[in-house]
Design a protein around this ligand. Structure first.
Ligand code: GCW
Length: 721
């Protein structure tokens, strides 16, 4: 029997369904931090009054993007778009570049000089006795960034009465690296399939997707993206794929973003049909020149190449007895006429080496001074591989005649994927602020890479993206914060992690003060918690060797030599635990400048956080806390686990402060995290205890009192109310 409904019931049913699903759909995370919802009073009227009209006389697609954005933001935040006027009147927002005569009435060339090519100034001014706001820049890109900053100020509830802001980016190239494969999969991607590849569909929908992507990046100052995996398919250099890169470049261009390409060093042989890819072969050099020309014919503002060579099985110049510099320079020569750059990665990992942590320095330091000026060597933040905590890479500060750029990982390959809330700005700050002592005290990693200590034509920074086709872009609402914070730090490495978190929370969730304080508290504690429940005290790579997710302190990996007992990384044995990188061991400390070398080289002065990275110590080793090493390990693992539980408790107190959909989704993920934190703790402690059983004195075995005390402290915490 066929059931039929009267039209009225059908309409009602549809209406009810819509009413039930719409609010939820509205907060699915797809709008990221660019939500522009109606402000409450009195801010709504304040913004509407302060920006009643818009004077933006210049043409061009980047200016058009800035205008569209402020229109959208004002309409959302205040319910009304500003009117367009040709001259400033009371309550005008003026967006201009120096080119425009109006700009010269409002600001001097000298004042703008400090803004560089992408910076801006935002000011409250009087124009003929009327109050206006000015966003001025030397270029449309600067005007766009200024516009986004002004919008962010409103989104986070700041009054616009007396603005006096001047900003310019700390790095020239601020990039995302997408490890996206052409078949649509994403290496180490936890947010669905690639937004770039094997993603055919309705052109309009895709345009909207890439525009949102570009807007989000522009709002935090990211100005480029390499959009295919560094384990690169040679196919990207075929005409068909170059056309696709060109199409993407078109979507991103209005937002001041350039497209970059990861290339495979063997491309001349694989797709060019040449007999070799030897960088000293004239035919190979010519092949690259022709390819680059072909690219620039289709993408006049193409950014350049990113290269992973002679690492993890990728081809490279060493296959032909040449050096990294020989390989990089060949590509640099081809790109130079078009102002393109080569980002040559220093992540060189071949499992045969004695101490993996030494390899990048050993291979690259001797090449300092041999790279062409348009090559930047891209160095992972630590010497091994994006671990929850590593010391900074010793290459920073050590290569003084070659521009270096830091590569951070935004996707949480070793930090719980998109299941764990781990806010990464504290990790990035720890690295950027670390003192290399390369030029005496104060030679921070940031200063060795941003041109302060070693002036260079190019400065850059990269983050491995956590973006995919998931509705909320990053697989977890809180993972969006890592995209956001990376961009903000790439623009200004001097920002504070906590301030960035607050700003992001206000824009993404709510400005409710209690919510921002408590959720911010979780964020700021989250990285240390993850370090503690995964790899405390400088331990590293205790995760499964291939998936990099759960605890496998017994891990084995491809290429491991039989004489490396489990595990290569923690070296737990009956005597103790930790990787001896002191002068008695692999002597990796030697790669650092004094006094870091001596500080790290001696367990007495090595910070607890890095102790087992640099030293192999007995289980009973006395720690600064007064505990033995074994007890300290148990203590830290338990602390991390309890932190994860506490994040749940804090979050639960926030029910009702935000939309229920995102509240519940986060709640669920925090539960997963808390369970997995316990899994980590139990697996690791049990393993270490079993492994060294006979050698942990009985009285050390069960540090029960200590842990009970810890538990008590945790749950007595005052900020629970
Ligand atoms: O961290 C390791 C990852 C690989 C990655 C490699 C790299 C793209 O496990 O998946 O490959 O680093 O950075 O090249």
């Amino acid at each position: 029997m066929k059931v039929t409904f009267s039209p009225i019931i059908r309409k009602l049913a549809i209406a009810t369904l819509l009413a039930l699903t719409l609010p939820a759909l509205g907060e699915d995370g797809s709008r990221l931090w660019l939500r522009y919802d109606l402000m409450e009073e009195p801010l709504r009227s304040h913004y509407a009054e302060t920006i009643k009209s818009l004077v933006a006389p210049e043409q061009g697609e980047t200016m058009a993007a800035a205008i569209a954005e402020i229109d959208m933001a004002m309409e959302g935040l205040t319910g009304r778009k500003p009117e367009r006027t040709t001259l400033p009147v009371a309550g005008s927002l003026v967006i201009v570049t120096l080119k425009n005569p109006l700009a010269r009435q409002l600001v001097t060339k000298e004042e703008l000089a400090g803004c560089g090519n992408e910076g801006f100034l935002i000011r409250s001014l009087q124009y003929r006795g009327q109050p206006i706001i000015l966003i001025a820049a030397n270029t449309p890109a600067g005007a766009l960034y200024g516009t986004f900053r002004l919008i962010a100020l409103m989104q986070s509830g700041n009054p616009l009465g007396d603005l006096h802001l001047q900003k310019r980016p700390g790095y020239k190239f601020r990039l995302l690296n997408h490890w996206d494969n052409l078949d649509g999969t994403v290496e180490r991607g936890y947010a669905g399939r690639s937004i770039w590849w094997n993603h055919e569909g309705d052109e309009e929908r895709l345009r909207e997707l890439y525009t949102t992507y570009a807007r989000a990046n522009a709002s935090i100052g990211i100005n480029g993206a390499s959009i295919n995996n560094v384990n690169a398919s040679p196919q990207v250099l075929t005409p068909e794929y170059i056309d696709r890169f060109a199409r993407f470049a078109g979507y991103l261009r209005p937002y001041n973003m350039k497209i970059y390409m990861s290339v495979n060093f063997s491309s001349p042989k694989i797709i060019g049909g040449l007999a070799t890819s030897d960088p000293f072969d004239p035919k190979v050099r010519q092949w690259w020149k022709d390819k680059v020309k072909e690219i620039y014919t289709k993408i006049p503002d193409f950014g350049g190449f990113l290269v992973k060579a002679n690492s993890e099985g990728q081809p490279g110049p060493q296959d032909f007895g040449r050096t990294h510099a020989d390989g990089a320079n060949m590509l640099a020569e081809a790109l130079e006429p078009y102002n393109g750059i080569v980002m040559w990665r220093a992540f060189v990992y071949q499992p045969e080496g004695d101490d993996r942590a030494k390899q990048a320095y050993t291979e690259f330091k001797p090449l300092d001074g041999q790279f062409h000026p348009n090559v930047i060597v891209q160095v992972k933040n630590g010497p091994v591989d994006f671990q929850p905590r590593e010391p900074f890479s010793p290459l920073f500060g050590a290569m003084q005649k070659t521009p270096l750029m830091a590569e951070f990982q935004i996707t949480q390959e070793y930090l719980g994927f998109s299941s764990h809330l781990v806010y990464l700005a504290p990790l990035q700050k720890e690295v950027l602020d670390a003192d290399t002592y390369a030029r005496g005290p104060g030679s921070t990693v940031a200063k060795t890479t941003d041109g302060t200590l070693y002036p260079s034509r190019h400065t850059a920074i990269a983050g491995v993206a956590n973006i995919g086709r998931d509705t909320n872009w990053t697989g977890y609402h809180f993972a969006q914060a890592n995209w956001y914070a990376y961009g903000r730090l790439a623009w200004d490495p001097g920002l504070r992690a906590g301030d960035i978190a607050d700003e992001w929370l206000k824009m993404t969730f709510t400005r409710d003060e209690r919510f921002v304080r408590k959720a911010g508290n979780i964020m700021m504690r989250s990285r240390e918690a993850a370090v503690n429940y995964m790899t405390p005290l400088g331990l590293h790579h205790l995760m499964g060797w291939d998936h990099h997710y759960g605890p496998e302190p017994w891990t084995w990996f491809e290429g491991a030599r039989p004489d490396w007992l489990p595990s290569y990384y923690h070296k737990a044995d009956t005597a103790g635990i930790g990787f001896d990188r002191s002068p008695r061991g692999s002597n990796a400390v030697e790669q650092y400048f004094s006094p870091i070398r001596e500080q790290y080289g001696d367990p007495g002065s090595c910070p607890d956080e890095l102790l087992l990275w640099f030293h192999h110590l007995p289980w009973g080793y006395p720690m600064r806390s007064g505990r033995t090493l074994w007890n300290e390990l148990a203590y830290r693992y338990t602390d991390g686990m309890l932190e994860a539980r506490e994040f749940q408790k804090i979050w639960d107190m926030l029910e009702g402060a935000i939309d229920d959909k995102r509240f519940q989704e986060v709640k669920y993920k925090l539960k997963v995290q808390a369970r997995e934190a316990q899994w980590w703790r139990d697996a690791c402690l049990l393993y270490f205890q079993t492994f060294s059983r006979r050698h942990i004195p009985a009285e050390l075995e069960r540090p029960v009192h200590d842990l009970q005390e810890l538990q008590k402290q945790k749950f007595d915490l005052k900020h629970h109310n």
